[in-house]
Structures are given as C-alpha cells and as structure tokens.
Write a protein that binds this ligand. Structure first.
Ligand code: NAD
Length: 497
C-alpha cells in the first residue's frame, strides 16, 4: 500500500500524511482547488495533517471513475460482492490498533472510545457480509399462471457525506449496503476528520474491491453541493447537523435524487423515583460524558420526575470523578469549547445552578477540553434546554409528573433518542408509546438500534424516509424491480394481456 501505517501506540502527538482524493484507486490532488485545511489533533490543539478542499471538477472525476468498473461489479453475484467485506473485516481486525489510534488522534476521543468505534464499525461490515443470506427478493403466483417477483437492483453511482464525530463508523453505516447492493460510492468525509478514510480506502483496495467502486472526495460545502447537484449520482445520504441536513436534503431532491439526511439531536432522558439507582446513574453519566458528549445519541436533558434526589446525587458524584484526558476525551475545536461554555454561562446567568463544572479543566497536552458538567434547575424554555449543545453537559429539568416530562420532551423539534429509567412496566410503556423520537430506550442511555435494525430519528433529526443502517439501509441503496410473468396456463385468459 502507498500510505504509511499510523504506527503510534500512545496519545503523543504524531503527524500523519495529507488527506488527498481517492479516485479510481489512486491518491490525487484536487482539480478544483479550494485550498487546504489543517487537520487538528484536538488533544494537542495542533495540526497533524492537511486536507484538500475539492469542488465540482473532483466530483465529476469521481463519477467518471466510478463508472469504469461499475457494470462488471454489478454483474458479480451478490455473494462475490459481499466477499470483499469478509476480507475487509479480517483486515480491520488485523489493523485494529492502528485504526483505533488514528480515530483517537484525529477526533480526540479516548483510546477506549476509539476502539469501541472500530469494533462497532466492524459490526456494520458484518451486516454487509450477511446480505447474500437476507437480500433475496420474493415472488408469488398472483393469479392463475401469473407470477410477480421483486429483486433489488443497484442504483448506480451513489454518494454519502459524514460528520466529524465518528470518522470511521458513520461511513460504514452506508458503505456495506451500498456496495454489496451493486453501487459505486463517493464519500465526502468531514474535513475535520478525513484521516481514517485514508486507511479505509487502502483496506478496501487490499480486500480486492475494484478501482472506482469506492472513491473519496475531500472538502467542505463546495464538494457537498457538487454531489447534491451531479446528474450522474442517483442517491445521496448525509449525516451531520440539522441545519445542513435540511439544506442538502432539499438540494439533492431538487436534482431528482433519492435522499436520506440525518441531522442533530436533543435527547431527553426521563428518570422516575422507582428507577434502579445503579443502572440509572451509571447509564446516564456514560450517556452524557461518552465521546465528550459529541454523539447524536448522547443524553442532553434529564427530566427529573418528583423526588429523585438520591439518583441525581449519585450522577453528580460519578460525573465529578471523571478525569479529563483519561476518562473523557477532547472537544473537536476551540470554537466548540466556546459554544459549549457559552451555553453553560447563559444557563447560569438565567438562574440555573452549575452543580458539576467542567469549565477550565484541561489535560496536560494542551488542546480543547470541557469536563463533565451538570446544570440543575434548567428552565425548559432556555437555550440550554432547547438547543443542541454537543458537549458533555447534562441539563436537569425538574418536573412534577410524567405528563409534564413528556410535554417538554415532545415540545422539542428534534426526535433522535428518548429513554426512561424505571422499574415500572406501566411507566416504561407510557413513555415508549408517547415519546416523539425514533430511537427509544428503557433503562438504556444510548438506545442505538443494532443491526439488523435501522438507525434513524424522527422530526428535525432526519429528513427522508427509512433508516440508514440494517435492512432499511439496503433498501435505501437499491431499487425494487417488479417482474410480472405470464405462463402458458394463462393463454386462454384476457386478463393483463
Ligand atoms: P456538520 O453538519 O457541520 O458537517 C457534516 C458534513 O456536512 C461535513 O462533511 C461538512 O463538510 C458538511 N457541511 C458543513 N457545512 C455544509 C454546508 N453549508 N453545505 C454543505 N455541506 C456542509 O456536522 P458536524 O459538526 O461534522 O457533526 C456534528 C453534528 O452531526 C451534530 O449536530 C450531531 O448531532 C450530528 N450527527 C448526527 C447523527 C445522526 O445519526 N443523526 C450522527 C452523528 C452526528
């Protein structure tokens, strides 16, 4: 392979190669050069690499390269296409340490969190391996001598755009279903975290994926808009903030593409007095502090119903004990630190109590940090309660009963995750039946549906139909062909002639 392995086994600052475009199986400079950006290691706050910022000419080149081997790829049986993912899985296990450290360095998450991301990525790859066993179409004799059959046909050249917070996993939410489904893929990773994709491109090549079936175009808005507009691209998926998801959903649809765009979140967790202390406190702390709160499934608002003081006390104790640097990773940028601390300051100025304060905490290496922060007595109409903070901040909103909790939760425009902590079946059933969210949990802080179930929220957390992972993902990246056949038995009938 052409690119050096990421050989470090520590958090020590380690530079890495520049992120260029992977088009037709080659690393290329941008044709439409919109300059380059530094790729910052957030733990150290300094550049470990650079990324090219591409535009329409690069998207055009990627579409042309994607078409070269597309027909031959589609002619391979699905089992042969999936075989590449079996090999990819093996290679990812072989390289698990270097992939883990690369994710950690470019994103800022801890080693343990980065390893969990790589393992979850491998689970996504495994779903791709299983597709030959589950992707059979159905057929039925719909009348005497008349048979209807469906099969799942590829779309052609397709594209995906991903965010900074899971640089390896989110691309693999899309790639197995799309590529095993017979498509050629163009990925535009986040310009803040484009480095794991370098390793991924080379692993795909080593796994035997033909040139041009996986391409990477790096960049920002110009590259994304070119993907939305390109007439040679048939389907477009996006994962990122709601502001951008809404824009690109409209733009991709305007050019006739099928589009699925996942946006931001403001996740509510309801805790009631009968909740199990250990389960509730442990889960809630892990949910709002994991990946430094930079997860679309992270707990954001804790709706505390009635007297749950003993649970809140335990949450405070556990959160305050987490060490910045070892127990919680870095924030992606200094701008994000300002945004997060701005929300905390505004809540405090509005009369809320900062009962665990992560401001001003820093690890030894420099970089961008906010420690676990809990704000109590948050006004449900304040910014801290309503907007996505995307940091390790838990806003506690005191409510008198379940109805008030659900009315606050459902008044929020997002609808990604919802959870309730209770030992009462009735409370669990009420919340699961009424919460306006696509992914719900009972005694689960991060209710991510794992394969074969699909990932996706409701309302302002997702634009488009279906979900991004699992079987729904396969359906998104394929077209259903309906074949109706009339057999000899039917020749004396007039029906459907
Ligand atoms: P972002 O929206 O800033 O960027 C996502 C992608 O969009 C990047 O590749 C970026 O280059 C591109 N982009 C940015 N501005 C654009 C513009 N004006 N036009 C076209 N493209 C543009 O998101 P982020 O900061 O990278 O990621 C964090 C956000 O992603 C949070 O809101 C988080 O909740 C969300 N997220 C959602 C999910 C989900 O499954 N719903 C998963 C992960 C992250």
């Amino acid at each position: 392979m052409t690119i050096a392995n990421f050989a470090t086994t520590s958090y020590d600052f380690t530079p890495y190669v520049a992120a260029r475009n992977w088009i037709g199986g080659e690393w290329q400079d941008a044709r439409d050069n919109h300059g380059s950006l530094d790729v910052i290691n957030p733990r150290h706050g300094k550049a470990m690499s650079t990324v090219v910022m591409s535009g329409a000419a690069d998207v055009d080149a990627a579409v042309a390269a994607a078409k070269v081997n597309l027909k031959a790829w589609q002619e391979r049986p699905v089992r042969e296409r999936a075989a590449v993912f079996y090999k990819l899985r093996e290679l990812m296990h072989r390289d698990i340490e270097s992939l883990t450290w690369l994710v950690s360095h470019e994103n800022g998450k801890t080693y343990g969190e980065a390893k969990a991301e790589v393992l979850k990525t491998i689970e996504c790859v495994e779903y791709g391996c299983s597709l030959p066993n589950v992707a059979a179409g159905t057929q039925l004799d719909v009348s005497r001598g008349v048979n209807c059959q469906i099969d799942y046909a590829p779309i052609g050249v397709v594209a995906g755009v991903t965010p900074f917070n899971f640089p390896l996993m989110v691309p693999l939410w899309m790639l197995p279903q799309a590529i095993v489904g017979g498509n050629a893929f163009i990925l535009k990773p986040s310009e803040q975290t484009p480095l794991s994709t370098i390793a991924l491109a080379e692993l795909f090549a080593e796994a035997g994926l033909p040139d041009g079936i996986f391409n990477v175009v790096n960049g920002g808005r110009e590259a994304v808009e070119a993907l939305c507009d390109h007439p040679g691209i048939g389907a477009f998926a996006f994962v990122g903030s709601t502001r951008v998801a809404k824009l690109v959903y409209g733009r991709a649809a305007m050019s006739g593409k099928r589009a699925l765009c996942l946006g931001g979140a403001k996740n509510h967790l309801i805790v009631v007095p009968d909740a199990d202390l250990e389960v509730a406190a442990g889960n809630i702390v892990a949910s709002f502090t994991g990946c430094a709160g930079q997860r679309c499934m992270a707990a954001a608002n804790l709706l505390a119903v009635g007297d749950v003081e003993h649970i809140i006390d335990e949450i405070k104790l556990r959160a305050a004990a987490i060490e910045v640097g070892s127990g919680i990773g870095a924030i992606n940028s200094s701008e994000s630190v300002d945004r997060i601390t701005g929300y905390i300051a505004a809540a405090e100025a509005g009369g809320a109590d900062v009962v665990v304060d992560g401001r001003g905490k820093a690890a030894d290496d420099g970089g961008y940090w906010v420690g676990p922060t809990i704000i109590d007595g948050v006004d449900p109409d304040s910014a801290a309660a309503k907007e996505e903070i995307f940091g390790p901040v838990l806003s506690i909103i005191r409510v008198k009963d379940l109805s008030e909790a659900l009315s606050i939760e459902n008044g929020n425009p997002y609808g990604n995750a919802s959870a309730v902590y209770t030992t009462s079946g009735d409370v669990a059933r009420t919340v699961m039946g009424r919460a306006e969210a696509g992914m719900c949990g009972v005694n689960v802080g991060v209710p991510v549906p794992r394969e074969p179930f699909g990932f996706g929220g409701w309302n302002d957390s997702k634009f488009g139909a279906g979900n991004i992972t699992g079987w729904d993902g396969f359906r998104f990246w394929t077209r259903v062909r309906k074949i109706t056949t009339k057999w000899a038995l039917q020749k004396d009938q007039n029906w459907m002639s």
